[in-house]
Design a protein. Structure first.
Length: 133
């Protein structure tokens, strides 16, 4: 797999996470809310980064985990740590995409009436809708 394909796969994962999150919490109400949600996800990632993997304990209802010891336990703990950090990183990426979408939607909406603004030719300039003065 080349770098572009790898990035596409990572992007798909973030988009899937975004779709799942938007079912519960569709759209941001403001840039401030978007920033707060993104910051919360980054803080959760930071919390996982700060964990000492040696403190991740096997779950009591999983005998195969409880049987681990020595190097096998250390490898399992490190794998769990990486998985937890990666899960949070995917959520950060998803909220980053959601924030980008919010910006795109807001920048193409008339703030006077809420209608979508038509783009003029292929430039980045937008006409104001006919209802605003």
């Amino acid at each position: 797999m080349n770098k572009l394909e790898e990035l596409n796969e990572l992007g798909k994962e973030a988009v899937q996470e975004l779709a799942k999150a938007e079912k519960k919490f569709p759209g941001f109400n403001s840039a401030h809310e978007g920033y707060a949600v993104l910051l919360e996800e980054v803080d959760e990632l930071w919390d996982e980064i700060k964990i000492n993997p040696k403190k991740i304990l096997p779950r009591k209802n999983f005998p195969q985990e409880l049987a681990l010891s020595g190097d096998a336990l250390k490898r399992w703990q490190k794998k769990q740590w990486y998985e937890r950090m990666r899960e949070e990183a995917v959520q950060v990426a998803a909220m980053g995409l959601k924030f980008m979408k919010f910006i795109d939607d807001e920048s193409h909406t008339c703030h006077a009436c809420g209608e979508k603004l038509p783009q003029i030719s292929n430039t980045n300039r937008y006409d104001c809708c006919s209802n605003s003065s």
